[in-house]
Design a protein around this ligand. Structure first.
Ligand code: PEP
Ligand code: MN
Length: 296
C-alpha cells in the first residue's frame, strides 16, 4: 500500500497510520502477552481469579479470607494496605502493617499478592511485599507513578480511570511499558456515567475492544463496577462471557462490618458458590478456570 502511493506525483511522503500506543498495540506485537507473577500465568487460556478484601483490616480478617478464597479456587489474594478513599476521614488502610499481613497470608497459602501503590514514595516498600502492583482508578493517569512502577519491574495491574477513554487507558499503560516493563494487565472496573443504580457502569464492551487493540491481558472487577452485592455475580459472569482474562472480586468474612466497600463485597459462601459458575462460563467461551488445588 505504502509502496503503491510513494512514487505518486505530488506525494512527498506516505506515513502508515499506527496506533500512538506503540508498545501496547496488537499491531506491533501479534502474540498475546502472558504475564507471569509468582509462577502464575495470567493471560493464557486459563483465566485467573483474584479475590480478597477491599482493605487489609487485621491479620485475622486477611488470613481467614486468604484461606477461604484459596479453597474456593482463587489464585491471587487482593487487599489494600494504602487505600485511596474519597473522604480523608474514612479508613485509609494499615500501610506497612497491612503489607506484612499480606505477606503472612502468602506464606500460609501460597497465593500470589496484589496490592495498590498510590505514590512513588511507597514503591520501594510495596515492592518488597507484593507480586503485582495495583494502580487504582484514581491514579490511572498519574504519569510519574506509572513510570516509576514501570521501572520497578514487577507486573502492574492498571485499573481504568473513572472517566477514561480506552485510548487514554492504552496510553497510560504505555508509560509503564516504555520503562522496559512489559507486564501490564488492564482491569475494567466500571466507568462513571449518569446512571446511579450501580456504583459505576461496567463497560463490558471494553473487554473485546481492549483485546482487539492490545496484546495485554484484560481483567474485569465486577465489585467496583456494580458497587452492590446482588449484582456482582452477574457482572462477574458477564466479564468472563465477554472474554476477560480474569476477575478481581472483593470478598470479606463479614461484609456488613467491612471498613471499606462492604456493600459490594461477597461473603465466603457467595464467593464459593460463584466460582463454579465462573468455571462453567469460562468453559463455554473456550477458557478454563483451574479448579481449587491445581498449581497454575
Ligand atoms: C480497590 O480495588 O479497592 C479500588 C480502590 O479500586 P478502584 O481503584 O478501581 O476504585
Ligand atoms: Mn474496594
Amino acid at each position: 500500500m505504502v509502496e503503491a502511493l510513494e512514487p505518486g506525483e505530488g506525494v512527498e511522503k506516505v506515513l502508515p497510520i499506527m496506533a500512538p500506543y506503540t508498545r501496547a498495540s496488537l499491531e506491533l506485537k501479534a502474540e498475546r502477552t502472558v504475564v507471569k507473577a509468582r509462577g502464575l500465568e495470567v493471560g493464557g487460556v486459563r483465566i485467573a481469579a483474584i479475590a480478597g478484601p477491599c482493605s487489609v483490616e487485621s491479620e485475622e480478617q486477611t488470613l481467614r479470607t486468604a484461606h477461604a478464597v484459596k479453597a474456593a479456587g482463587a489464585k491471587i489474594l487482593r487487599g489494600g494496605a494504602y487505600k485511596p478513599r474519597t473522604s480523608p476521614y474514612e479508613f485509609r488502610g494499615l500501610g506497612k502493617q497491612g503489607l506484612e499481613i499480606l505477606a503472612r497470608a502468602r506464606d500460609e497459602t501460597g497465593l500470589a499478592i496484589i496490592t495498590e501503590v498510590m505514590t512513588p514514595a511507597d514503591i520501594e516498600t510495596v515492592y518488597e511485599y507484593t507480586d503485582i502492583f495495583q494502580i487504582g482508578a484514581r491514579n490511572s493517569q498519574n504519569y510519574y507513578l506509572l513510570e516509576e512502577v514501570g521501572r520497578a519491574g514487577k507486573p502492574v495491574m492498571l485499573k481504568r480511570g473513572l472517566s477514561m477513554m480506552m485510548e487514554e487507558w492504552l496510553l497510560a499503560a504505555e508509560y509503564v511499558l516504555s520503562q522496559g516493563n512489559p507486564n501490564v494487565i488492564f482491569c475494567e472496573r466500571g466507568i462513571r456515567t449518569f446512571e446511579n443504580q450501580t456504583r459505576n457502569t461496567l463497560d463490558i464492551a471494553a473487554v473485546p475492544v481492549m483485546q482487539k487493540l492490545s496484546h495485554l491481558p484484560v481483567f474485569v472487577d465486577p465489585s467496583h463496577a456494580a458497587g452492590k452485592r446482588p449484582f456482582v455475580r452477574a457482572c462477574a459472569l458477564a466479564g468472563v462471557a465477554a472474554g476477560a482474562d480474569g476477575l478481581m472480586i472483593e470478598v470479606h468474612p463479614s461484609p456488613d462490618h467491612a471498613l471499606s466497600d462492604g456493600n459490594q463485597s461477597l461473603n465466603f459462601d457467595e464467593f464459593n458458590e460463584l466460582v463454579p459458575r465462573i468455571a462453567k462460563v469460562a468453559d463455554a467461551v473456550g477458557r478454563t478456570l483451574p479448579v481449587a488445588g491445581t498449581l497454575v
